[in-house]
Ligand binder design. Structure first.
Ligand code: DSN
Length: 408
């Protein structure tokens, strides 16, 4: 029986979501559009299968096809990231991080991570997250002058505090991260180094951002952001941590792997290995940089003055507007973004002084620099002059753009 016949309420919500995505410009930096092949794998019969364990050593019978897709995912991920060891089972980036921390740390150990309000992630030590509860967190931020990572300051904190683990990586940082510099700091203070590359994994995969793998003990990522795969996580590590990481994922922190999702990860990794994907990732950056230029030219301030990657962080203070207001305003004309703290934000996290904007979805729809110019003009017009007339003209332009670039 079809979904429509069986469950009309869910069917309608899914149809409405298809329409919402089609008719809006999704500019949430952590989102992307999966291919129909990835979605086919996600909706496959493997969702029914239990496969606790790892390929060739499962705790259930009937795992021969589960083994094939997990081995394909690992083999393809290894071609992309050239890591000694890869675990594709984490259900999410958070699961990848929990499993990694607990593989190498004891509860109460000292860990350095980037503060959420400066662009880090909840799992890098936020007090309300498991990471902030299980470990003694020493946060680091960005420079107050240029909003960029201040490696000398990070080194001073690391030498003073002697953490057991340093986490690098971010969820709202528009600049390149110097993993080599982090590895020098970690070595000098005797810490392990973990890079969380969830946001930039696709750019790393395409060789467009420095690669953390040679310099880090462990690298974690999600698979659904710039990498453009299914919602999920993955861990890459040096051989010496392989057994501890595998044990920490299963049975340590997860039970049965989501085999349909692992099949979709394999499909995604196959796509990432193509020349088309490299062109896509390169366009994501070109689009973000063109968008940044248009916004800056219109007088809008960007944290750090621009971007090296797929995202921009708009500082709205000079417009006398909060991130919460800007998010609602843009939503009203069909552009979806998220409010985001800017470094040393005077506003509360639910209000904020900034918005984060990303180009991965629009680039997946086929938009290029020319369209970014239009999008930049729409955004700046609306933020600078939120009048009825501007909003209605902006809504029409969004409708035109979404009509020209259907979901793939
Ligand atoms: N919540 C994700 C983001 O939007 O960046 C990170 O996990």
């Amino acid at each position: 029986m079809s979904l429509k016949d069986k469950d009309l309420a869910v069917f309608r919500a899914l149809e409405a979501e298809q329409k919402r995505q089609t008719e809006h410009l999704e500019m949430i930096a952590s989102e992307n559009l999966t291919s129909s092949a990835v979605r086919e794998a996600l909706g496959s019969r493997l969702t029914d299968k239990y496969a606790e364990g790892y390929p060739g050593r499962r705790y259930y019978g009937g795992c021969e096809n589960a083994d094939i897709v997990e081995e394909l995912a690992i083999e393809r991920a290894r071609k992309i990231f050239k890591s000694d060891h890869i675990n594709v089972q984490p259900h999410s980036g958070t699961q990848a991080n929990i499993s990694s921390y607990l593989a190498v740390l004891d509860i109460g150990d000292k860990v350095m991570g980037m503060d959420l309000s400066c662009g880090g992630h909840l799992t890098h030590g936020h007090p309300l997250n498991f990471s902030g509860k299980y470990f003694e967190i020493i946060p680091y931020g960005v420079s107050k002058e240029d909003s960029c990572l201040d490696y000398e300051n990070i080194r001073e904190i690391a030498l003073r505090e002697r953490p057991k683990l340093i986490i690098c990586g971010a969820s709202a940082y528009p600049r390149e991260i110097d993993f080599y510099r982090f590895s020098e700091i970690a070595e000098e203070c005797g810490a392990l180094l973990l890079a969380d590359i969830a946001h930039i994994a696709g750019l790393v995969a395409a060789g467009l951002h420095p690669d953390p793998v040679p310099f880090c003990d462990i690298v974690t990522t999600t698979t659904h952001k710039t990498l453009r795969g299914p919602r999920g996580g993955m861990i890459l590590c040096r051989q010496e941590y392989a057994a501890a990481i595998d044990r920490s994922v299963f049975p340590g922190n997860q039970g049965g792997p989501l085999m349909h999702s692992i099949a979709a990860k394999a499909v995604c990794f196959g796509e990432v290995l193509t020349e088309d994907y490299r062109k896509y990732a390169s366009q994501v950056i070109k689009n973000a940089q063109r968008l940044a230029e248009v916004l800056l030219d219109s007088g809008i301030e960007l944290v750090s003055g621009g971007t090296d990657n797929h995202l921009l962080l708009l500082d709205l203070r000079s417009l006398k507007m909060t991130g919460k207001e800007a998010e609602a305003l843009l939503q009203s004309i069909g552009i979806v973004v998220n409010k985001n703290t800017i470094p040393y934000d005077p506003e509360k996290p639910f209000v904020t002084s900034g918005i984060r904007i990303g180009t991965p979805v629009l680039t997946s729809r086929g938009m290029k620099e020319k369209e970014m110019e239009e999008v930049g003009e729409i955004i700046s017009g609306v933020l600078k002059k939120p009048l009825e007339k501007t909003l209605s003209a902006a809504s029409s332009k969004v409708a035109e753009l979404t009509g020209q670039f259907p979901l793939r």
